[in-house]
Design a protein around this ligand. Structure first.
Ligand SMILES: [Zn+2]
Length: 323
């Protein structure tokens, strides 16, 4: 059978988009940046048969990948890094912060930690549900982090992508290790999952290295506003031309949900689990943990700025409006 041609689209000079299908999220954007020594690949896609086929097609069609640079450690971005390294001997670079998160996940106690967070915030309807969640998480994490990166970078450095130097900008929030890369001459930013067209990036409490991710996210959005950006290349969806406008839309979306939380607590105290059931009544059941997580991160943020108070009652964190 004839293989379908690889999905490859030049979206800026010498920068090609490769869209890799991802279950539930539809697709992840990977970018091939042309250079004298080959292409730099930004992000790899999830470890799936479909993803591997796309990359095998591209490599056999003559695309030479010099190195891989990762925006952050989430499995839809890092998932095939180990495969590239082992199968095609392509070096992989990640931030020091990303490497720390990888090592943390390898210890195997990560899912216990995240389950305990959901339990504390009343996020599971049953014990069975918590076990099912844990098993699904462990399956996903099993493969992705079992490799050693070939190089690390930190905030405020320059990294070579293709032929050009890009500034590394640490933008925690969506993940504790998230990085954007900025090309000063072209006013072009590889923005990863920090700002996405159409959908609001999920903000996850997923690491003890960042216990107030929404606060981090807001700070990282401010950081980005200092750059003049003509084109931003996101990890999902379309390229963005007006980043500041999109930032304001995303912030307004959070603010809308924050107002709902404050309204929900007007007359009685509640857990994040109770509030999320109330606020997201029509939520897609496949992504049921998203609404709970979003409510948790907003409650933590609101408590940190003095709008809410909480106490632990019978093992559950209960929120009320601050006096
Ligand atoms: Zn992500």
């Amino acid at each position: 059978m004839q293989k379908s041609p690889p999905i490859l689209e030049e979206i800026a000079k010498d920068i090609y988009l490769v869209s890799i299908p991802v279950p539930l999220m539809q697709q992840v954007n990977c970018y091939l940046i042309r250079g004298e020594n080959g292409f730099t690949l930004i992000d790899t896609g999830l470890y799936t048969k479909e993803g591997i086929e796309i990359w095998e097609d591209l490599i056999s069609s003559g695309i030479f990948i010099e190195k891989i640079v990762l925006t952050h450690f989430h499995i839809d971005h890092i998932g095939l890094a180990k495969w590239f390294k082992e199968k095609h001997r392509i070096p992989v670079y990640i931030s020091s912060a990303g490497y720390e998160e990888m090592k943390q996940r390898r210890k195997g106690d990560y899912t216990d930690w995240i389950v305990s967070i959901f339990q504390l915030h009343d996020g599971f309807r049953s014990f069975k549900e918590s076990i099912e969640y844990q098993i699904a998480m462990e399956e996903q994490l099993l493969y992705a982090y079992e490799f050693e990166p070939d190089g690390l970078w930190a905030d405020n450095q320059y990294i070579q992508l293709g032929n050009e130097a890009y500034e590394t900008i640490w933008t925690p929030g969506h993940s504790p290790d998230h990085f954007c890369f900025y090309n000063h001459e072209r006013e072009l930013m590889v923005i990863g999952d920090h700002v996405i067209d159409q959908l609001s990036p999920v903000i996850l409490l997923e690491s003890s290295s960042d216990m107030n991710p929404l606060m981090s996210y807001y700070n990282s959005l401010e950081k980005i506003k200092e750059y003049s950006i003509k084109l931003a290349l996101s990890g999902h969806g379309h390229p963005i031309e007006n980043v500041n406008k999109r930032i304001e839309e995303i912030k307004a979306g959070h603010q809308y949900r924050i107002e709902q939380i404050l309204a929900s607590l007007k007359d009685e105290e509640k857990t994040a689990g109770q509030m999320s059931q109330e606020i997201y009544r029509k939520a897609n059941t496949k992504l049921a943990y998203g609404p709970i997580m979003s409510t948790i991160i907003r409650c933590i943020y609101l408590e940190s700025i003095g709008k809410l108070r909480s106490e632990c009652i019978d093992g559950k964190r209960v929120y009320r409006l601050a006096d």
